[in-house]
Write a protein that binds this ligand. Structure first.
Ligand SMILES: NC(=O)c1ccc[n+]([C@@H]2O[C@H](COP(=O)([O-])OP(=O)(O)OC[C@H]3O[C@@H](n4cnc5c(N)ncnc54)[C@H](OP(=O)(O)O)[C@@H]3O)[C@@H](O)[C@H]2O)c1
Length: 325
């Protein structure tokens, strides 16, 4: 069958995204055919388009069908997977398309309480927030956490989930408007880094001790300063690089405070099927709870993927953008 897909034939800016008609082969063993209804636009898509990120988003052979997740309806089920007509979400490639082949065992059936659009905007971010606040560095009462880019898609979720777990959440943001927004999404305090360094302000807000954990989705522009405001034996989680890769750094920078640094990817945290199922249960419970609001910033036609990328990398967005085939 044929479907429309956003593909790249070269790396580059948003202009390399091309709306193509592509042939989808019949599902192979264990594969399901999903008709996508809401496709999440995530920062990983920008790394994939630019092609210089390394790590799990490193270059695939051209042409590459873009995307890292979507939700939709199973049209052709795969063995041991959800049946035809089931609403599902998945984390996986080739999602910027009308239809996508997905390993049936990796499909997450969606609860009725989660709309297609909200699941499209928050499934990947929700599973990421789940491992960040529950498993990699479990937040709870008495913990002080800093989240960079607190008014972004990940930031709005982390602030609310961390607060719901009882932690004290401090958010850093790039404008006064984003500071005001973050305060309504779980953050007790916000720091506008466009007006000055965040590290001294984190130290002041924590009585001179520093935060126990820093969730850093910014990378290059924030990583080194985060080491200045983490407390002894604290953890700096470099989970994203919106401003560029961190690059090489001297391990000795960690020595004086026994700092723990990690560079995680969602893939490793949902690779085990049992862990993935448990993560999805916790994520769906959080996303449908009264503690967490899940606004959607914009819903655009799939053909306008380039506009979605311009807004996200141009720092214009707060809540997630969803594409509709
Ligand atoms: N490792 C994982 O498992 C995993 C999974 C999902 C997402 N992530 C990461 O989570 C982060 C957030 O993802 P998201 O999709 O929700 O994006 P987002 O936070 O909505 O957007 C990125 C934000 O980063 C900030 N930023 C700072 N410097 C920037 C620069 N030079 N260029 C662009 N943005 C800059 C901007 O906020 P301000 O204007 O406030 O600075 C911008 O809005 C990304 O780094 C992504 O890679 C990681």
């Amino acid at each position: 069958m044929k479907t429309q897909a956003i593909r790249i034939h070269a790396h580059g800016g948003p202009e390399v995204l091309s709306l193509d008609e592509v042939e989808i082969p019949a599902p192979g063993p264990g594969e399901a055919l999903v008709r996508n209804t809401a496709i999440g636009v995530n920062y990983a898509d920008i790394y994939e388009r630019e092609g210089d990120h390394g790590g799990p988003h490193s270059a695939k052979p051209f042409p590459v069908t873009m995307g890292h997740m979507a939700v939709g309806v199973v049209e052709t089920p795969g063995a041991d997977g959800p049946g035809a007509g089931t609403r599902v979400g998945y984390i996986g490639g080739n999602s910027y398309a009308g239809h996508t082949l997905v390993p049936a065992a990796r499909l997450f059936p969606l609860p009725d309480a989660l709309s297609d659009e909200v699941a499209g905007g928050y499934l990947l971010r929700g599973l990421t927030a789940e491992y960040l606040v529950r498993r990699l560095y479990p937040l709870g009462p008495g913990k002080v956490a800093v989240v960079h880019a607190a008014a972004g898609g990940m930031g709005l979720l982390l602030g609310q989930w961390g607060k719901a777990l009882g932690a004290r959440m401090i958010g850093t943001v790039g404008s006064p408007e984003k500071a005001a927004l973050a305060k309504t999404f779980g953050y007790e305090s916000t720091i506008d880094y466009s007006a000055g360094d965040f590290a001294p302000q984190v130290m002041e807000l924590t009585g001179g001790v520093g935060a126990e954990v820093i969730y850093d989705g910014i990378g290059k522009a924030a990583f080194r300063k985060s080491l200045d405001c983490i407390r002894p034996r604290g953890m700096v989680i470099s989970y994203g690089t919106a401003s560029g890769n961190v690059g090489e750094f001297d391990l000795q920078l960690l020595h004086s405070k026994s700092i723990i640094v990690t560079r995680p990817t969602l893939r490793s945290w949902i690779a085990d099927p049992e862990e993935a199922r448990a993560a999805a249960v916790a994520t769906f419970a959080a996303l449908t709870s009264d503690d967490i609001d899940t606004p959607i910033g914009a819903v655009l036609p799939l053909a306008e993927a380039a506009e979605a990328h311009r807004r996200l990398e141009g720092r214009e967005t707060t809540a997630p953008i969803v594409l509709k085939p």
